[in-house]
Design a protein. Structure first.
Length: 170
């Protein structure tokens, strides 16, 4: 991938990827940080990346793994000073109430279920693609999706987190 292609790829996908990671992490600042770090790592290997080989999936997987690594480090109490505070998001139109309710409900799901639901319903990945990105088997992904959707339905009650097409909206 040439530097110009990489710049175009970055411009076209940074916001979408940040929104997806926000849904997974529930923290806007963390989502921005891990997506940015994933792009830095991709820049170093841009010659090996191809627009035909789903570089967005590589960025999303790398960012998700970075977020999980940070969570583990925080859980062990080995976080660096200043990494755990939240920064103000940039001045953009705030998310709607439906979005906030959905992200809050997603936060309560176990990480494996949350990742499966977000990747399948928000990133429009097939079950096979979710399995490849998460390293889980097809039956595990199907189980995580079923349990995640059931938990979301129970949490959201009469609220409708899906559009007419059945896709979760963020």
């Amino acid at each position: 991938m040439t530097p110009q292609e990489f710049d175009a790829f970055y411009a076209a996908s940074f916001s979408r990827l940040t929104g997806q990671l926000y849904a997974m992490t529930g923290d806007w600042s963390e989502a921005q940080d891990v997506v940015q770090e994933a792009f830095v790592r991709a820049w170093d290997r841009r010659r090996a990346l191809s627009l035909d080989e789903a570089p967005e999936a590589w960025i999303r997987t790398t960012a998700r793994r970075l977020a999980v690594s940070r969570w583990r480090r925080l859980a062990r109490g080995l976080h660096l000073a200043g990494r755990h505070h939240r920064h103000e998001p940039p001045a953009v139109e705030p998310p709607g109430e439906e979005h906030l309710v959905l992200v809050a409900a997603l936060r309560d799901l176990p990480e494996a279920q949350r990742s499966a639901v977000v990747l399948h319903h928000m990133c429009d990945l097939s079950i096979e693609q979710v399995a490849a990105e998460t390293g889980a088997g097809l039956s595990a992904v199907k189980s995580r999706l079923a349990r995640g959707r059931a938990a979301l339905a129970a949490q959201l009650g009469d609220q409708h987190p899906t559009s007419e097409e059945g896709q979760l909206r963020v």
